[in-house]
Design a protein around this ligand. Structure first.
Ligand SMILES: [Zn+2]
Length: 494
């Protein structure tokens, strides 16, 4: 007995030693070591802010119902952009798509360099009437109060469009010819899928045989308090995004009067199918969480590093902890969301057909086909017919050692050395997905700060942007555009 306890103790000592040694040695500091640089751009702050604020006032809303589409705000916004950025419009080759999406091309002199593409979108989601009285400033006021710009689009995504235009206009004032060609693409229907905007632009560019050195779109941001127990701000750069597919489940039956029902109606069969799918969740995969953590591990507390350094032992525990919160659960597996259902149109009529729609967000590694197969197996009932619609495969995974990733990383850290940089998986979808065939290096990042409060304002109430954040976004784009285009600019950087 004594011997057994002795052995057990020895085992525990060795295990603790292994866990501890791994915790202390597995991770190295991955943060790029750069000097912080104070970049002073010759910007007229008030004018810069008022141009974005005015841009917010145009109700460029994307509605699910195409009948609600109003083209006037889009025309007005475009006129505002044309008037505000004269050099951009003088120098760029321009093309519109589906009337409202805009593409600008600034050719480069060195044809051996692949061009780069910077993206944003001009449309916004509607504001729910029921929430209007909760807005501290009206959603399309573009009010500027105490150095905060208010309204729909200040975060998603007029900030990107205007910050890109401001920085490009300034760069052109300083230098009119680039070595590397630069494209700017602004879609007008991102919030409803980008089918008329980004999809058409990408198709056109692909027809032209263009390949991009990199593509930069909205997505990540500088997060604060979003990664548990990491106190420093973390800039997360999207290196991949999940795919989407809707599966429609249909059950046909006799129908008839509800006074003489069969034991299981079409709706009952359908309900069982949905429950079976929900009870057969997809496997978890910590690949992206590991990549994110790896980049910032040495800045994380011991309590985080211990399990992450020893996933050989703790992977199930880590997965379970992440599954507890829907947002982190979404980053480690393909998600299942039953969103729509219909039966008969009257309370006393049995449905002759019942149907439901389930929306899946597909983790890279899964595909539309594997999702469909998983669902068919989970249902295991031939009466339920499964068909897919509006599917997009998950994106490819862009590397973290490319010119573009390093460039983005460098300029984040140069602006603020406190900010850590890490790659991550976007659980939503962006217009950049249409560029999968046009570049191996697609990144999703916007230089704004987002705390948990800020996250709720995306598509929510009181969407707002600090003026300091807007200026920092402009400085960031200016630096990235400058280095990408290969021009030297007499900056008053010191
Ligand atoms: Zn957006």
């Amino acid at each position: 007995m004594k011997k057994l306890i002795g052995l057990l103790l020895l085992f525990l000592v060795i295990l603790t030693a292994i866990l501890w040694i791994r915790t202390e040695t597995v991770f190295v500091d991955k943060q790029l070591q750069v000097q912080q640089i104070e970049r002073q751009l010759p910007l007229d702050k008030d004018a810069v802010v008022s141009r974005l604020a005015k841009g917010i006032q145009f109700k460029t809303i994307s509605y699910d119902d195409p009948k609600q589409f109003d083209d006037k705000p889009f025309i007005d916004l475009r006129r505002h952009i044309q008037q505000s950025y004269p050099l951009v419009h003088q120098i760029a080759q321009q093309k519109t798509f589906s009337e409202h999406s805009l593409l600008y091309y600034f050719p480069g002199t060195d044809k051996t360099l692949k061009p780069a593409l910077f993206m944003g979108h001009m449309d916004v989601v509607p504001v729910d009437d029921a929430t209007l009285d909760k807005w501290q400033q009206p959603p399309f006021s573009g009010a500027v109060v105490n150095d905060v710009i208010w309204g729909r689009g200040t975060l998603d995504d007029k900030v990107t469009v205007f910050a890109l235009l401001e920085s490009m206009e300034l760069l052109l004032q300083q230098n009119k010819s680039f070595k590397r060609g630069i494209y700017l693409a602004f879609g007008h229907d991102e919030e409803i899928g980008g089918y008329q905007g980004a999809a058409k632009i990408a198709e056109y560019l692909q027809d032209q045989g263009i390949e991009f050195e990199f593509v930069l779109d909205e997505g990540g941001a500088i997060t604060q308090g979003i990664i548990p127990k990491v106190e420093q701000p973390v800039a997360i750069i999207g290196i991949a995004e999940k795919g989407i597919v809707n599966l429609k489940l249909t059950v046909d039956s006799q129908g008839g009067h509800s006074s003489q029902p069969p034991e299981h109606s079409a709706l009952g069969i359908l309900s069982e199918a949905i429950v079976n799918i929900e009870n057969n969740q997809f496997d978890t995969d910590l690949t992206f969480s590991k990549m994110t953590f790896d980049a910032i591990a040495t800045y994380a507390p011991m309590s985080n590093r211990l399990p992450m350094a020893n996933l050989w032992l703790f992977e199930p525990v880590v997965s379970n902890v992440m599954l507890d919160t829907p947002s982190s659960a979404a980053s480690i597996r393909t998600t299942i969301a039953a969103t729509m259902a219909s039966g008969s149109s009257k309370s006393n009529i049995l449905p002759s057909q019942a149907s439901a729609v389930i929306n899946f967000r597909i983790l890279p590694g899964d595909t539309i086909e594997t999702v469909k197969q998983h669902v068919i197996n989970a249902i295991d009932d031939e009466r339920v017919v499964v068909s897919d619609f509006m599917g997009t495969e998950p994106s490819a995974v862009s590397p973290t050692d490319s010119f573009a990733y390093k460039l983005i990383e460098k300029h984040i850290r140069q602006q603020n050395n406190e900010v850590l940089v890490a790659p991550y998986l976007l659980v939503g979808a962006t217009d950049s997905r249409y560029y999968n065939a046009l570049s191996d290096n697609i990144y999703r990042f916007m230089m704004i700060r987002l705390d948990p409060d800020g996250l709720t304002r995306f598509h929510g109430i009181n969407e707002q942007l600090q003026v300091t954040d807007y200026l920092s976004a402009i400085r960031f784009f200016h630096a990235v555009l400058q280095e990408t285009s290969g021009v030297s600019v007499p900056l008053s950087a010191n």
